[in-house]
Design a protein around this ligand. Structure first.
Ligand code: ADE
Ligand code: ZN
Length: 351
């Protein structure tokens, strides 16, 4: 199935030279189910004989007005109904990889939500094998190295998460780590201590969403109680100077998603986004897309708008890119290649 988008190939001119607004990056905060474009939702519904509750694309697109995280999650989970077969998961993943590669992504750590599929009767093997099969050929096909992360839904019980994690381990699923996502407020990291202990025992990397809508204290909990190596979002750290001080001192990676934060009303507008202040404070921040099909853009779109609204310089963009690469779970050789690609991009920009 051919992808349902086209890339405009946007470029910027610096004196005599021309470069892309977005540097080569590692995308560290990406939900694969959040890459399902409306066109692909309709195509998969047709292929699987599923009747959608929307008459056409316009009716579906009209739903992409969110008031908060939960209003988005309701649509995000509903649209997953079209994902039934390995081929569906593989097609979705391949469409993301092709688009991300065109926008400068050179390494991606893809989150998927296995509980959201198992609970609909889709076997765990189907969703994992489908996504993993597309990831397995990504380096060759798109020049994008990949890792897979199983994310657990924090509004479900820890028992449910543990059951799925044990199943993933028993299947020897090709996962590099675990994450924690879905409705944050009222579902603190402390609810998942046993899950993260088990993941550590199994040698898995550990990340968690914290401080998206929830308080700065959830960031501290995720670090202290879950032993996470990265925080997804983390923007609410700016409410607490002591948390900022710690995150700077420990250089904890924060995978920030500017367009997502605007669309989910965590911040009013991109002009109000704390990313410039976070960079200035010395926090280890990167730029990511979260759920690009829902939030109006991929990583390169985020960079493009940060340049337009905040005037981010080549040096600032290179810092964000280098942070993403150093904060990834890629091996040192791959990190070295990607850091060299960033240096090359800076030279191409004439700075
Ligand atoms: N699942 C997909 N996108 C998410 C987000 N931005 N926050 C929490 N859970 C999510
Ligand atoms: Zn997210």
């Amino acid at each position: 199935m051919s992808p349902a988008w086209s890339y405009a190939g946007r470029v910027e001119t610096f004196g005599e030279t021309t470069t892309t607004a977005a540097p080569p990056v590692a995308e560290l905060h990406l939900h694969i189910e959040g890459t399902l474009q409306p066109e692909l939702i309709f195509a998969l519904a047709e292929r699987n004989g599923i009747e959608l509750p929307y008459a056409d694309l316009n009716e579906l697109r009209a739903k992409y007005e969110f008031t908060d995280l939960q209003s988005f999650l309701d649509l995000y989970y509903a649209n997953m109904a079209v994902l039934r077969t390995e081929e569906d998961f593989a097609d979705m993943t391949r469409a993301y990889l092709a688009r991300a590669a065109a926008g400068g992504v050179r390494h991606v750590e893809v989150m998927m939500d296995p509980q959201a599929h198992v609970s609909r009767g889709v076997p765990l093997e189907t969703c994992v094998n489908g996504v993993a099969s597309a990831l397995a050929t990504s380096a060759e096909e798109f020049g994008v190295s990949t890792l897979l992360i199983a994310a657990f839904l924090r509004d479900l019980s820890e028992e449910s998460a543990l059951e799925v994690l044990e199943h993933l381990i028993a299947l020897e699923a090709p996962i590099a780590g675990i994450g924690l996502d879905s409705a944050e407020v009222g579902n603190p990291p402390s609810k998942f201590e046993r899950l993260y202990r088990r993941a550590a025992e199994a040698g898995l990397h550990r990340i968690a969403h914290a401080g998206e809508e929830g308080p700065a204290a959830y960031i501290t909990e995720a670090l202290d109680l879950l032993g996470v190596e990265r925080i997804d979002h983390g923007i609410r750290c700016m409410d607490d100077p002591a948390v900022v001080e710690r995150l700077v001192a420990e250089q904890v990676p924060l995978t920030v998603c500017p367009l997502s934060n605007v669309r989910l009303r965590a911040v009013d507008t991109l002009a109000d986004h704390p990313l410039p202040a976070m960079l200035a404070a010395g926090l280890n921040v990167s730029v990511n897309s979260d759920d690009p099909a829902y939030f109006g853009g991929y990583v390169d779109d985020n960079f493009e708008q940060l340049v337009a609204i905040h005037g981010f310089s080549v040096a600032q963009r290179a810092t964000l890119a280098a942070n993403s690469i150093r904060s990834s779970f890629a091996d040192e050789a791959r990190k070295g290649e990607l850091l060299e690609a960033v240096a090359e991009w800076v030279r191409g920009a004439g700075e």
